[in-house]
Design a protein around this ligand. Structure first.
Ligand SMILES: [Zn+2]
Length: 122
């Protein structure tokens, strides 16, 4: 029987904290810290994907990771605090973009800590 090892609560909390710190500070260094923390946890368990309540972290290029939202929105506001996703400078940052044939799936992260995605026409 194969034994699977799952990330500890502590490791999962480290990823969630790194994401919240970036969303709150919205700085280049905290963005890098967020992506590296997520990747370090994935590597520790030798997994390529880790699911959380509202998002998924996945491995990308060596040493890096990406964050994808699970909650889809249609409008242009954060579903939690109604911040406008297109306002510049605003409270919402792009976390990742998945390119598709007819549209891109863009994951946004809001300063209030909410992560969501939206289909954007190419
Ligand atoms: Zn918000």
């Amino acid at each position: 029987m194969k034994t699977y090892q799952f990330p500890t609560l502590e490791d999962r909390a480290a990823v969630e904290t790194a994401i919240r710190v970036f969303l709150w500070t919205q700085r280049a260094d905290t963005r890098m810290q967020m992506l590296r923390t997520a990747r370090a946890v994935l590597d520790r368990y030798n997994i390529s994907k880790l699911k959380f309540c509202n998002f998924i972290v996945e491995t990308t290029a060596p040493g890096w990771s990406t964050i994808r939202g699970k909650q889809k929105i249609d409008g242009h506001q954060c579903p939690n605090c109604q911040a406008d996703i297109y306002e510049q400078p605003g409270n919402v940052r792009i976390l990742s973009i998945q390119e598709g044939r007819s549209h891109d799936e863009v994951t946004y992260g809001c300063r209030c800590g909410t992560i969501f995605n939206k289909a954007e026409n190419v």
